[in-house]
Design a protein. Structure first.
Length: 383
């Protein structure tokens, strides 16, 4: 027993120290659970892309990002939309506009006052002589594509009494086409985690294993998904551009699913018509294959897929085919089209990377949209 007392005392002391360390870290220096998304069941089976109400974070552009500076406030209202507090039922004098897109309209790294919806709302309210009050709510979330926009429109926006919806789409559906996404949504969901994942999830309930996880992760190379899809509060544009340039360049044309895009866009048009909602379609701009700004290619990171980096001109042509469908359907259904891809120059004067607007780009789009809406007399309530 005397021989065992020494090791047992050491083990007991070690365990007590572990417990005290765990308690101290839990209460005074906690770190987030890296497996929390795997432990939370998404009860919202209808809307895949949205934000929690009243979120508020501060974002910061990376040094060298064109046209953005300083620490900026990103906040959403009581419905998870960027914009003013949304009142229900809608006031009689409110003309309610919803912007529907992904990261291009979301303007995550722009301040609330600089986002497209704020610029558009302020400009539309200038010079209104009657009692009309225009409110613009930005529902855009990074990564959203048309099928997710359909869900958001059908299951939420139509219930919030919209007068108008402004839709910008194209680039994320191009991305999914390249990945071979199944728009019929025949996706098999694994109901059980493997044993190794269950062990990691159990361990991550404690602070010490969490710190070991982050230490190992920091020392390990990032995956393609981590570099290109995770959105930190301080944007890692240089890392993304470098990663894109390190891929194997290919002359293969991007794979396109234009039929699915057309069908989904027609669905949105049909929902808007059925709900007596004015719909403005917009084409998707980019800086790909720019003839006026050769520096733009240095900031591209959205051309790499599964280790392959596609040529600028081929990506631009592919995106152009999606835009052509938008133009065709606008003509077919006599819808107002704001052809942004032809209006805004392919320049870092307006973008900070492949397709995301900087401050000047946001101002240009917001003011241009306001003029387009006024010129086409789209603020009247007769639909």
């Amino acid at each position: 027993m005397k021989r065992l007392s020494g090791p047992l005392l050491s083990i007991a002391t070690f365990l007590i120290c572990l417990i005290f360390a765990e308690l101290f870290l839990r209460f005074f220096a906690p770190v987030p659970d890296p497996y929390e998304p795997n432990k939370i069941t998404n009860l919202n089976r209808f809307i895949n892309k949205d934000r929690m109400p009243n979120e508020h974070v501060y974002t910061q552009p990376e040094e060298g990002m064109r046209g953005i500076s300083g620490v900026n406030s990103f906040s959403v209202n009581n419905f998870g939309f960027r914009g003013d507090y949304l009142i229900r039922p809608k006031p009689d004098n409110e003309f309610r506009i919803f912007m529907l897109d992904a990261s291009a309209f979301e303007c995550f790294f722009l301040d609330d006052s600089q986002s497209v919806n704020a610029i558009l709302q302020n400009d539309l309210n200038k010079g209104i002589t009657n009692n009309l009050m225009v409110k613009v709510y930005n529902t855009s979330v990074a990564g959203a594509r048309l099928d997710e926009n359909i869900s958001l429109l059908v299951h939420r926006i139509v219930h919030l009494e919209p007068d108008m919806v402004i839709l910008l789409s194209g680039i994320n559906d191009l991305n999914l086409s390249i990945y071979g996404y199944d728009y019929l949504h025949y996706v098999l969901i694994k109901e059980k985690f493997p044993f190794s994942m269950l062990v990691r999830m159990l361990a991550s309930e404690f602070q010490i294993p969490r710190r070991l996880y982050y230490l190992i992760k920091k020392a390990s190379p990032k995956s393609e998904k981590e570099i290109l899809e995770e959105i930190p509060l301080q944007f890692n544009l240089a890392e993304r551009a470098k990663f894109c340039a390190s891929g194997s360049f290919t002359d293969i044309k991007p794979k396109l699913n234009l039929a699915a895009y057309r069908n989904n866009l027609k669905t949105i048009i049909g929902v808007a018509r059925a709900g007596n909602i004015k719909l403005i379609l917009m084409t998707q701009p980019s800086t790909w294959d720019s003839s006026i700004d050769p520096e733009a290619k240095k900031y591209h990171w959205m051309r790499r897929y599964h280790g392959l980096t596609y040529r600028e001109d081929l990506m631009d042509q592919a995106l152009g085919q999606f835009n052509d469908i938008t133009r065709q359907l606008a003509r077919e259904y006599s819808l107002p089209l704001y052809d942004l891809a032809k209006i805004i120059p392919k320049s870092l004067e307006y973008f900070y990377d492949d397709c995301h607007l900087n401050v000047k780009g946001s101002e240009t789009v917001g003011i241009g949209l306001a003029s387009f809406i006024r010129e086409n007399h789209l603020l009247n309530r007769s639909k």
